[in-house]
Design a binder for this molecule. Structure first.
Ligand SMILES: *[C@@H]1O[C@H](CO)[C@@H](O)[C@H](O)[C@H]1NC(C)=O
Ligand SMILES: *[C@@H]1O[C@H](CO)[C@@H](O)[C@H](O)[C@H]1NC(C)=O
Ligand SMILES: *[C@@H]1O[C@H](CO)[C@@H](O)[C@H](O)[C@H]1NC(C)=O
Length: 282
């Protein structure tokens, strides 16, 4: 093949591989408020959205469209101070059918104690894939970016554009993976004080309600054949975050032995301590 035709081919394939439809980051165009009786508001002409909660009710929004593989980025600033019992979410769900779901849930805490970022994946109705993290910053002090990357090969959870968890598609080994039906992007602020904070011991305190969580710069990038791979840097980051900040891991409970074995051997060199329970806090 001559140089010019191969570079032409390269150019051609690059333009095919990288043509993606990216939303403009407009909550008016891409989302609709689904509940909350006026407690959810789109602001700044569509660039931002706030969810509020009081004793009576929380609020939520979801994408107007559903997606079969996409990358979802949003910036969030969580409720400051005492947010015990309050759960702020950003997740994907099939809503119906055989249930698929990919969760990022921020579990509030009392003033001065850390939020927990709770992640989970359901595939065809099967869940119990929880991993929880404390963050290395105060997520209520300013905006940080949170992302869910979902493509046919893997799901990647990211914080400030750094991978913190990856879930590989191991369907070829019989492990269910959400790949058969589209999902909606959903976000909500709700009262989870039966279980969320310090295992439900600490309830929401409504004295200073309403409480508000902020979302902005939503970007939905539809999948266009460009599976996002993990770089060495991503793998290093995942190991480091899981070593220092992970507070529980479903793999320690032995619920999904096959995938845990695989994912650990792929991404994790930390010694396996068989009866350690939740990973120690830093
Ligand atoms: C709240 O703070 C406690 C004490 O630091 C911690 O164990 C827990 O993981 C934090 N998060 C939640 C949601 O309870
Ligand atoms: C609830 O919050 C108020 C105001 O911050 C505080 O005075 C009160 O002690 C709190 N109640 C509980 C049960 O912690
Ligand atoms: C993305 O992953 C799917 C499923 O494994 C595969 O069929 C496809 O060829 C991959 N695309 C690229 C560009 O690697």
């Amino acid at each position: 093949m001559s140089i010019s035709s191969s570079s032409l081919l390269l150019l051609f394939s690059v333009s095919i591989c990288c043509f993606v439809v990216t939303s403009k980051g407009d909550f008016n165009t891409d989302t609709k408020i689904t509940w909350g009786d006026g407690r959810a508001k789109i602001t700044e002409g569509g660039k931002a959205l706030t969810l509020s909660i009081d004793k009576k009710l929380g609020s939520g929004f979801q994408s107007k469209k559903d997606y079969l593989f996409a990358r979802f980025d949003v910036e969030m600033k969580l409720i400051p101070g005492n947010a015990a019992g309050l759960v702020t979410t950003f997740y994907l769900s099939s809503l119906e059918g055989s249930h698929d779901e990919v969760d990022m849930e921020f579990l509030g805490n009392v003033t001065g104690e850390p939020y927990t970022l709770h992640t989970n994946i359901y595939a065809q109705g099967e869940g119990h894939r929880e991993r929880g993290f404390h963050l290395w910053f105060d997520p209520s002090a300013k905006f940080h970016q949170y992302s869910i990357v979902w493509n046919p090969e893997r799901i990647i959870f990211m914080v400030d554009n750094k991978a913190v968890r990856v879930h590989e598609n191991l369907a070829n080994l019989g492990v269910p993976f959400p790949a058969k039906q589209p999902m909606w992007l959903i976000a909500s602020l709700w009262n989870g004080d039966q279980w969320a904070t310090q295992k439900g011991r600490i309830k929401a305190n409504w004295t200073d309600a309403p409480y508000t969580a902020h979302y902005r710069n939503l970007v939905i990038t539809k999948y266009a054949g460009n599976n996002q791979t993990l770089t060495n840097l991503d793998e290093k980051n995942i190991r480091s975050v899981q070593d220092k900040f992970m507070i529980y891991d479903y793999c320690d409970y032995g619920v999904h032995p096959l995938e845990c074995e695989k994912q650990n051997s792929q991404a994790n060199e930390k010694p396996k301590n068989s009866n350690s329970g939740p990973a120690p806090k830093n």
